[in-house]
Design a protein around this ligand. Structure first.
Ligand code: GDG
Length: 472
């Protein structure tokens, strides 16, 4: 029987070296949970990099065996692969390009070569496991060449691709010297998904102009196949967040923190360290709020969690220094003996504490300059079990297309963000409830499990449509 193979750069576990041994830490992320029902059933499997380099053949063999029991197969990357394919082409060329940060793009042919080589490495690892009629679902921008590499050797396989980050306008894509190969690579798939309608439109336009393939109503006409392109906005494991928010453990953390800060209003912000998240701009807006509204001093604090990320890349190092400086400046200027304006944490927290942060905060301030979707804003809404709270959300996050009852802002408009925070701080509880209840009802319906189902059903549909066309 045909099976389903999930492929992503990272497996849903992390491999760690500890005291000369290895240990696996499972990922609790939404995608891993959502896809759990797929890769854990029958002969299905998840293929990807375990997140650490392993050179010793004996250790590799041991890891392969252990992962086999978890329904996973590793792709081993060398240190050079990590530097050139992952940190290089993926994170210094594609990531900035796709988030409209062209000033950070590098155009390094060695990085490109590594990108081709590692995509081929993934292809070889899949071929060891795949049969001719399997379904292979490839995830994200690190593996854009993989669908076509697979198509060449498995012409009858069902291949799907989903991109988790934005797809930018043609004007940006055309800057990449290897744009044609990248687009032809993705077009090896039968189904290509993005978070939003705009991403999908940009992709179709770039494909038309760069590869010459034409499309109509979301179907690209390739030489002897049709390719469906559409938007599939990803949801969260809603019930998990709602349940955790009510748990005794989370409520205890909320009460302890509240004892320290009293009835101050709290604003939560949570991001991975990234220039696309607009963290300095947000701190500037908060400073302006404190300048403009002296009456808020001592009455409002920001809890800012920044999760360490890509700290070997120069632009990320600089960003961290900039944030350190800004937080230091705000706190040194405004703090009093019993009030700290910004509680800043440069680390990640266990799930119960993350849930407590969502649950204790009156406002979530989610203001990326560009974001594929952004799950933090959805998790905040799901955690507001008493239906209070205000979500301030950037128009540049994919999530804003669905979450129209959030307070939407342009993150580049500082005064607009300041006003939105002020309005949120003074918003009538009745309006808060109406907005949150409406957001909750759509997030609950379209959760991560529904997202997986809709995508998988569409794969079936595209295959049926292709079969109809070839039998004509
Ligand atoms: C991509 C796209 C798209 C954060 N801090 C902690 C913690 N987190 C968790 C959150 C959330 C996740 O990390 C971050 O989700 P995002 O959606 O913001 O971003 P990514 O997953 O990095 O990236 C993005 C997404 O893919 C899905 O398609 O939305 O646009 O860039 O789930 O909860 N979790 C814990 N402690 C923390 O301190 N436990």
């Amino acid at each position: 029987m045909a099976k389903t193979i999930i492929v992503s750069n990272r497996l849903p576990i992390s491999l760690r070296h500890r005291n000369g041994r290895f240990e696996f830490k499972p990922s609790a992320g939404g995608l891993a949970t959502g896809l759990g029902s797929i890769y854990k059933s029958g002969e299905n499997i998840w293929i990807g990099w375990p997140g650490n380099t392993v050179e010793d053949p004996e250790q590799r063999a041991e890891i392969i065996l252990e992962l086999h029991d978890l329904k996973m197969a590793p792709v081993f990357l060398t240190r050079e692969d990590v530097e050139q394919f992952y940190e290089g082409f993926s994170n210094e060329t594609l990531w900035p390009a796709f988030h409209y940060f062209t000033q950070y793009m590098t155009y390094n042919p060695d990085h490109w070569e590594a990108y081709v080589r590692v995509n081929q490495k993934f292809c070889d690892a899949i071929l060891k496991k795949a049969d001719a009629d399997d379904t292979i679902w490839v995830h994200d921008y690190q593996l854009l060449l993989l669908p076509q590499m697979l198509r060449e050797v498995l012409p009858n396989a069902t291949i799907a691709f989903f991109q988790h980050i934005p797809f930018p306008s043609y004007e940006i894509i055309r800057m990449i010297p290897w744009r044609k190969q990248l687009l032809e690579g993705v077009c090896g798939a039968d189904l290509i998904g993005f978070h939003t309608y705009d991403d999908m439109r940009h992709f179709l336009s770039a494909v038309g102009r760069i590869t010459g393939l034409s499309s109509e109503s979301g179907y690209i006409q390739a030489e002897n196949r049709i390719i469906n392109v559409d938007s599939f906005p990803m949801g969260i494991d809603y019930d998990k967040f709602a349940k955790q928010a009510k748990s005794r453990k989370t409520q205890r953390i909320v009460q302890d923190f509240r004892k320290q800060v009293g009835d101050q209003k709290l604003i939560i912000t949570i991001d991975r360290l990234d220039y696309s998240k607009g963290i300095p701009q947000r701190l500037h807006a908060f400073t302006k709020l404190l300048q403009d509204h002296k009456e808020l001093h001592g009455k409002v604090s920001m809890i800012m969690v920044v999760v360490p990320s890509r700290d070997k890349v120069q632009s990320y190092k600089e960003l961290r220094e900039e944030i350190d400086l800004l937080v230091g400046r705000i706190n040194s200027e405004y703090s009093t003996l019993n009030w700290v304006p910004v509680h800043y944490f440069y680390r990640s927290f266990p799930f119960e504490e993350l849930s407590a942060f969502y649950n204790m905060s009156d406002i979530a301030l989610v203001t990326p300059l560009r974001d594929g979707m952004n799950l933090v804003c959805k998790e905040y809404v799901a955690s507001r079990t008493d239906q209070t709270g205000v979500l301030i959300l950037s128009e540049m996050a994919g999530a804003s297309k669905e979450l129209q009852d959030a307070v939407l802002v342009n993150p580049n408009n500082q005064q607009g963000v300041v006003d939105a925070i002020y309005d949120a701080l003074t918003m009538d509880p009745k309006e808060q409830k109406e907005r949150i209840a409406s957001l909750q009802s759509s997030l609950k319906k379209y959760d991560i499990f529904q997202w997986v189902k809709v995508f998988m059903d569409r794969i079936e549909h595209v295959k049926e449509k292709q079969a109809e066309l070839t039998s004509k």
